[in-house]
Ligand binder design. Structure first.
Ligand code: MN
Length: 267
């Protein structure tokens, strides 16, 4: 007796598209260096550490045929994924090791507010902006990662520009409290991605509730990813995303590599 083996045609198409170059892989990740811009909370609040590499061996008597390092880094550094337990509203929720794998892949859609953010660094995305996007591109897909393009990745090599802080605090674009609540409670997205240092506006402390994206998104078992690059290379709809935080048991976040698959239009 034989059992017919189903042919994995969908994956075969993907593999063929990658081989032919009709599907491209775009890296959305900020490289990790000691100079990668990071959140700077004011005293008396505590900050996680920046990245440093500690050399353990380098083809020398400590390891004659190999090199290896210890990595020292905070959970929330560079391109990283926030888990529900990062925020007090999600404290009974999942840690970073518990995010379901099927929610870490899915459709990626891009909303572009780079013009608005260039004109006003405190720009806040509102529900009406997403409704306008939906009128053009259709409803936010189930399981999507909504990626918020603001042009902020252009400042990724300069922490002062990236954080854009003055005596009143940081000024970087974000999401209004009502839009944060709506995204978390009334859409089927899996996650939300930004080019800035965090998923909330720089001035998010002054919103009600403070840091509303953290409050609502993480409190509703949805996830955030920060410091993305290259969103300008993605179409508004049709890309596929892979978000890969390390499964740190008990972790509130993890640096992650984030990749997008984009299909080139037929020539
Ligand atoms: Mn974080």
């Amino acid at each position: 007796m034989t059992i017919a083996t189903p042919r994995p045609q969908l994956l075969a198409n993907l593999i063929e598209g990658l081989a032919q170059g009709s599907i491209r892989v775009i890296d959305l990740t900020t490289p990790l260096t000691p100079e990668t811009p990071a959140l700077r909370l004011p005293a008396p609040l505590s900050n996680v550490i920046d990245l440093s590499l500690e050399e353990v061996a380098a083809y020398d008597p400590r390891g004659p045929m190999w090199a290896h390092n210890n990595i020292h880094v905070g959970e929330h550094f560079g391109t990283h994924v926030d888990a529900p337990i990062h925020w007090i509203s999600g404290r009974e929720g999942r840690d970073i090791s518990e995010l379901p794998p099927e929610k870490l892949v899915g459709p990626a859609v891009v909303i572009d507010a780079s013009a608005e953010a260039a004109a006003n660094p405190d720009f806040l995305l509102e529900v009406r902006h997403i409704k306008e996007w939906e009128a053009q591109y259709g409803k936010l897909p189930k399981g999507a990662w909504l990626l918020y393009r603001t042009g902020w990745d252009a400042f990724g090599d300069d922490e002062a520009l990236f954080l854009n802080a003055d005596e009143t605090g940081p000024h970087t674009p974000g999401v209004s409290a009502e839009c944060a609540r709506w995204l978390a409670e009334e859409t089927d997205i899996s996650g939300f991605g930004v080019e800035t240092v965090g998923i909330d506006a720089g001035a998010g402390f002054g919103l009600v509730p403070p840091f509303p994206m953290h409050h609502y998104l993480l409190g509703n078992d949805k996830y955030g990813v920060t410091s993305l690059k290259n969103l300008h290379q993605l179409p508004a709809t049709g890309a596929f995303i892979v978000v890969t935080p390390l499964p740190i048991v008990g972790g509130t976040a993890s640096p992650a590599r984030v990749l997008a698959f984009v299909e080139e239009p037929p020539a």
